[in-house]
Unconditional design. Sequence first.
Length: 434
Amino acid sequence: MDLIIRRAMLPPGAAPQYKEPVDIGIDIGIEAGRIVAVEPKLAASAREEIDAAGSLVTPPFVDPHFHMDATLSYGLPRVNASGTLLEGIALWGELKPDLTQEALIERALQYCDWAVARGLLAIRSHVDVCDPRLLAVEALVEVKRRVAPYLDLQLVAFPQDGVLRSPGAFENLKRSIAMGVDVVGGIPHFERTMADGAQSVRLLCEYAAEQGLRVDMHCDESDDPMSRHIETLAAETHRLGLHGRVTGSHLTSMHSMDNYYVSKLLPLMRESGVAAIANPLINITLQGRSDTYPKRRGMTRVPEMMAAGINVAFGHDCVMDPWYSLGSGDMLEVAHMGLHVAQMTGVDGMRACFDAVTVNAARILGLEGYGIAPGCAANLVLLDARDPVEAIRLRAARLAVVSRGKVVSRAPAARAALSLEGRPAQVDFKLHPD
Ligand code: FE2
């Protein structure tokens, strides 16, 4: 074999054929980019072996909601003074005319390096299609091609200024799909009226159904409890038979909605197979800005949706861009914030937050071969933790990251978790030199 990881602890339920916990751990055999064996005391040898020594091995982190065209642009051309969503959108508008393809590609590739070092091997990124030059689309299609050997990058055609409100946006969106963008995006709450918002949802879902594409809309990213485009999105999904292929991102208005209305909405979402993505770091930062006190948290109803049988994932959304000054591509930080904001502090809730940045997100992207079983893609992360809850608690170091069967990043134990600030994990940054 090419690689064997020995004595690994797996996330609960990852290898149901073995009674958990398996004290001696499980061995994972890898050949030609695939997992070929998952069993205790695997009787085989390999060119390379890694001893997990009882630490957690998990399928990679998956970020289902990101903006790679804006990432690492913090401070260009100025910082967001109010810290609000709307100033962020205005700031992005100021930056757009100055964007160059080279700079976009360079920043995106740098972010992908950070991602890999943190075991983040699949990202769904929205890309703004409102600039008729489609410069960001061209750049990210090129980035997708370049990172394909080690990272799955899925692109969403995102009409940031509104598909109806921004002249030519729908044509640009269709052109971007022809250029290699994968998913249809939208932003109904940013259209001029509620009616226009609903019309944009219909238009975009019909186009996706015609083209056989998935849909992922920024939906109801607002504190307004009457922003109810998710209802239209779920109804259109049902009408057009798009079950399992549509996602509502953000859904922050649900935080403020009337409880009776939500009791009708969640079964509708479940019936339509619409998935939901919360972006905890960004929602807690941007929502509730017009409140005095008490201030709303703004994150959507994560545990309630999970309990209703809706697939819910967490996204990073932003890293060092017009909307968010912080972040480093660490999905454990995202899970950590989501857990706190949603008050998911029971054992099942904490584990569900780990699923929200791994398996649930993988389902939204439709990743094939995701998991730890013979036949799955050999994409794995060895964490400096024994189980998913400890991984979240420590934002555990990624001791080894395996992509397509190859070790692509390593980091030392313990100290790595304290270091880096965006440096590649291979750098042994000693805070306390011996
Ligand atoms: Fe977003």
